[in-house]
Design a protein around this ligand. Structure first.
Ligand code: C2O
Length: 639
């Protein structure tokens, strides 16, 4: 049948960094926006029209609040806060100090006379670390932050707690208006949904302002760890300025809880699989790592046109993705991480201590509980934030019409979601997602690294494998919708019957034409243990794919990763076996792979040809051969 992985010395005629960079150009397509909302926005609109024409004014007033049901979430550190359990040791206290003054509303930054603020320019860390003056200031800012008392919300301890608490279900979701809206009974989790990018953007915004304020420098900017850069030989390494033995004093930037096997000259591998590494089977050359990294970036960012596929799924009041009790029939959505969150998890996993029994939580970076204790965290997220800006500029090239612009969600449920943070004056500030969408209004910008961005933006995977026998997807079983479909250690392949999109698929998308839709494959309601790092790489029409298959092939369509957080039952997680038993220890996820480009590469130009979907499970950290992942269905979906 097919040849399995590509031989090491296979040369790619089209892989010439300099030539690729030279031919790269950005195109801008001006198209109408995508208008993402919740799936029922169209129904709501029709209902509303009906209501307007049929009802008297009074009835309308009663009708509106029920049918338009805007339910933006309020994420505030005021009020209820519980400790966060960890695998080893006592639960952690991640709660934040109460504000000493009345919370204030966010205002865009200005300079003293009210004009536009001095722009902070965030530069690549592999560049700024060569500037001793910058390193000195950066280290001083963190040293001062670490010296602040625990009661000060600007202290490094409290900066870590911000992440530990909001990302590990210490708080409950609240309803607007903030800052202390009505508490719901549902715990709050700002990962695994559309809140991921905006929340981290504003978290960094205040973190950067606090650091700058502590050294009296209003132009101070965080650097970004440019790990997606495959052009510069050192950009993907753990940044030197955070490591011991750096020539300039960097004592406030080091952290002992990092993977000693991933120090320079190792480069971050976006196909990273800790299990394979532990078995001694992950021995790629740097060149192979770079090819795979480009392909992972291409599949996690470029092929994702819709806001949903890049930013993540909706998260509104009542959504409970912290337990496996999501009531999909009632309109609740399981967790759905976007392409950006998924690829960012790999850098966390790779940087943290892994396969070390003394550190079962993969501290610091490998677990949302501890991640922000490592100063590398903020430079990693600076790059994640940058990539959100880059995503909006990438030309379509993915849908059949190839003329759709990437835009953020536009629904009120998204835009009016509120968060609270502490600013450089120790004031609690209420910000909305609406405030976060335009980074230029926030007074910072990113240094241009488009030459390396363009390597993955314009990446083309290897040509498809040629089957040696006639191909027939019916050799593989279709998924029977149920809660008991499993993915185990061995790759699983399923036949997927495809269909053409219909007018119904356009609903609520803000698009006019069917051929502007992005075709996705969704694994529905995957159950993932809270305490597990999970990774699924998916291939189309390549059932031979296994844990060692390279990701730079045409058949690879993307990755899903889950980074642990908010472990609910520690004793159970430690003894492994009971992880499969109780529902409370799982999250439910919808996992989305965007496949339109891959289908065309594979020569499938119609909507109806069936395909085989192969899911290769990787990366459960703690060895337990009995753990299977359960999911309910595999579906085609259009966004
Ligand atoms: Cu809140 Cu990189 O995580």
């Amino acid at each position: 049948m097919f040849k399995s992985s590509q031989p090491l010395n296979r040369t790619r005629s089209n892989f010439n960094f300099a030539a690729m960079a030279a031919t790269c150009r950005r195109h801008f397509f001006s198209l109408q926006g995508e208008g993402q909302g919740r799936g029922n926005a169209g129904v709501v609109r029709v209902q509303l029209l009906w209501a307007v024409s049929m009802c008297c004014a009074l009835l309308c007033i009663q009708y509106l609040p029920h049918s338009i049901s805007a339910e933006p979430i309020l994420a505030s550190s005021l009020g209820f806060c519980k400790t966060v359990p960890v695998l080893r040791g006592a639960p952690l206290h991640c709660c934040l100090p109460a504000p000493t003054r009345k919370p204030i509303r966010f205002k865009f930054p200005t300079c003293a006379n009210g004009g536009p603020p001095v722009v902070r320019e965030r530069k690549p860390v592999h560049v700024v670390q060569n500037d001793p003056e910058y390193v000195r200031k950066y280290n001083l800012a963190y040293a001062r932050m670490k010296a602040l008392p625990d009661s000060d919300p600007r202290s490094f301890l409290n900066q870590w707690r911000v992440h530990c608490s909001f990302c590990n279900e210490a708080f409950k979701q609240r309803e607007l208006p903030g800052p202390l809206g009505k508490a719901t009974g549902v715990l709050l989790q700002i990962h695994y949904s559309w809140t991921f990018l905006p929340w981290h953007r504003m978290y960094l915004y205040y973190h950067e302002r606090i650091l700058g304020d502590l050294i009296g420098d209003p132009t101070f900017a965080l650097p970004f760890w440019n790990w997606d850069n495959q052009l510069d030989p050192i950009a993907g390494m753990m940044p030197f300025m955070f490591l011991p033995n750096f020539p300039v004093n960097n004592s406030a930037l080091t952290d002992v809880n990092r993977n000693p096997n991933h120090m320079p000259p190792k480069i971050l591998y976006l196909g990273y699989n800790g299990k394979l590494e532990a078995e001694g089977k992950q021995n790629l050359t740097d060149e192979q790592i770079r090819y795979e990294n480009l392909c992972v970036m291409y599949n996690q960012v470029v092929t994702k046109i819709s806001a949903r596929s890049f930013l993540g799924g909706p998260y509104v009041v009542g959504t409970n993705n912290t337990a496996a009790t999501v009531n999909v029939a009632a309109g609740e959505t399981p967790g759905e991480s976007g392409g950006m969150e998924i690829v960012h998890n790999v850098a966390h996993e790779w940087t943290g201590l892994i396969n070390n029994p003394a550190h079962p939580d993969n501290e610091d970076m490998g677990n949302f509980i501890y991640a922000a204790r490592d100063p590398i965290f903020y430079t990693h997220h600076s790059n994640v934030d940058r990539l959100w800006d880059v995503w909006k500029t990438i030309p379509d090239k993915v849908t059949i019409a190839g003329n759709r612009q990437r835009v953020d969600y536009t629904s009120s449920d998204f835009l009016d979601s509120e968060f609270t943070f502490f600013d450089e004056n120790q004031d609690m500030v209420i910000v909305t997602i609406r405030d976060s969408l335009d980074s230029s209004k926030l007074g910072y910008k990113y240094a241009d690294v488009s030459e390396s961005d363009n390597l993955w933006i314009n990446y083309e995977p290897l040509p498809p494998h040629k089957p040696s026998e006639p191909w027939n997807p019916s050799h593989w079983p279709a998924v029977v919708p149920s809660g008991n479909n499993t993915i185990g250690k061995v790759p699983s392949s399923f036949k997927l019957a495809r269909r053409a999109p219909t007018k119904k698929d356009l609903k609520g998308k803000g698009l006019k034409h069917l051929n502007q839709l992005q075709e996705d494959i969704v694994l529905e309601k995957m159950r993932i243990p809270h305490s597990a790092y999970a990774r699924f790489d998916v291939f189309l029409n390549f059932p031979e794919a296994n844990r060692e298959t390279h990701l730079y092939m045409s058949e690879y369509v993307g990755t899903f990763t889950h980074l642990p957080s908010g472990m609910v039952d520690m004793s159970a997680s430690v003894s492994h076996s009971s992880v499969t038993e109780s529902d409370g220890q799982f999250r439910l996820f919808n996992i989305r792979y965007s496949v339109g480009q891959a289908l065309r590469r594979l020569g499938i130009a119609d909507w109806n040809t069936d395909v085989v979907v192969t899911i290769v499970s990787k990366g459960l950290r703690r060895t337990n051969p009995t753990i299977d992942f359960y999911f309910s269905d595999i579906k085609q979906d259009f966004q």
